[in-house]
Design a protein around this ligand. Structure first.
Ligand code: GLY
Length: 360
């Protein structure tokens, strides 16, 4: 199981992770943004300056930096090939290590590059966005987009360590902070009524960063517990897809219409839709549903929906990885913490849900 370190001293924790692995060479994968904004923070770390935690010089010398594009459009086979090529040309061996410093794109692609280079080298994730801290960097899903489908190609491979340093969040813009918060809200809903209530009461417009750090640590624990029980998503891990069947469809449609939306915004809208089905199908409490609906519209606005888009949204939902035998399989909730996976939704169910969302 991967070591998840809630770090209050990035330099010391990073040095300890590297020391434990004893790599012959160290590589750091960054994107154009994290190279500017986050790499300076870890360049001060002992290993990159060439000394270990006790100040002894590291014989292996400084880390090699590999930079890739910063947006999801860079999450491609070409970028992956570039990372393999850079690792190879700059002398990586099976005993080298890759540190992925960035958001979900860097940790997903970097994890996949490390899992496949010379049949697998060790890697650690240092997520710099809220979305990557609470979701992407934890749990071993790695991969790239392929032929227009998100995360279509990849493997399950856990990082040796995930180092969570919430100081990075202080420089994150409000939209990306809210985007990550949607995944935390999802974790709260699949965890318990008390966790969901706490997240709904948090003031996301005037952030108390130390309270947020505590919520982040607890959110990661929810994911860790589920992944430990079902690492390869045969059953329970599908709970982590709450809000995502519809959310991914909103996200794909927005991308197709050339006004891409942040992942967490689409998940938040998807949560409202899927909780509507949870109310009508599984008896989820209507009052809590309306609280979530209110929080989401205040924080994320609304997805602009028109009946003419229903067929296209339905088609996107038919590509969801959870589907079986051509049927749309959703994750719903009876109450917070009471998860109902493999809930088949018909075209009529989906259209009724979209009608509710459009009219509400
Ligand atoms: N992001 C959902 C999962 O890791 O399973």
């Amino acid at each position: 199981m991967q070591d998840i370190i809630i770090s209050h001293n990035l330099h010391a924790d990073l040095a300890a992770v590297v020391e434990l692995q004893q790599p012959d060479r160290l590589f750091v994968l960054v994107d154009e943004t994290t190279r500017e904004q986050c790499l300076p923070l870890i360049e001060k770390a002992h290993f990159i300056e060439g000394t270990d935690a006790e100040g002894r010089p590291l014989a292996r010398g400084a880390a090699e930096i590999i930079t890739i594009g910063a947006t999801d459009e860079a999450k491609t086979l070409d970028t992956l090939a570039y990372v393999w090529q850079e690792l190879g040309q700059r002398g990586a061996t099976r005993h080298s290590m890759l540190l992925n410093l960035g958001g979900g794109m860097v940790t997903d692609l970097g994890g996949f590059a490390a899992a496949t280079f010379k049949r697998g080298i060790t890697f650690a994730n240092i997520p710099t966005t809220l979305l990557a801290m609470v979701d992407a960097s934890v749990g071993g899903k790695t991969g790239i987009n392929f032929r227009g489908l998100k995360n279509e190609i990849g493997v399950f491979r856990e990082a040796e360590a995930v180092i969570i340093n919430t100081d990075f969040l202080r420089t994150l813009d409000a939209q990306n902070l809210r985007s990550g918060y949607a995944e935390m809200l999802k974790h709260g809903l699949i965890s318990s009524a008390a966790d969901a209530a706490e997240l709904l009461a948090f003031d996301i417009f005037d952030v108390d960063y130390s309270a947020l750090a505590d919520l982040v640590a607890r959110s990661i624990k929810v994911k860790e517990r589920i992944v430990a029980e079902d690492p390869h998503e045969h059953g329970l891990r599908k709970a982590l897809n709450l809000g995502h069947t519809v959310g991914h469809a909103f996200e794909s449609l927005a991308l197709e219409q050339q006004h891409a939306v942040l992942h967490g915004y689409a998940v938040a809208w998807g949560l409202v839709c899927e909780l509507y089905l949870s109310v009508t199908r599984c008896g989820f409490p209507a009052e809590l549903f309306h609280q979530v609906e209110h929080f989401v519209s205040e924080t994320y606005g609304r997805f602009p929906l028109d009946c003419k888009l229903y067929d296209r949204l339905f088609e996107f939902m038919t590509h969801d990885k959870k589907n079986e035998a051509g049927r749309i399989n959703m994750t719903l909730l009876a109450v917070p913490g009471d998860i109902r996976i493999n809930q088949v939704a018909t075209r009529e169910d989906i259209f009724e849900m979209l009608d509710y969302y459009r009219e509400s």
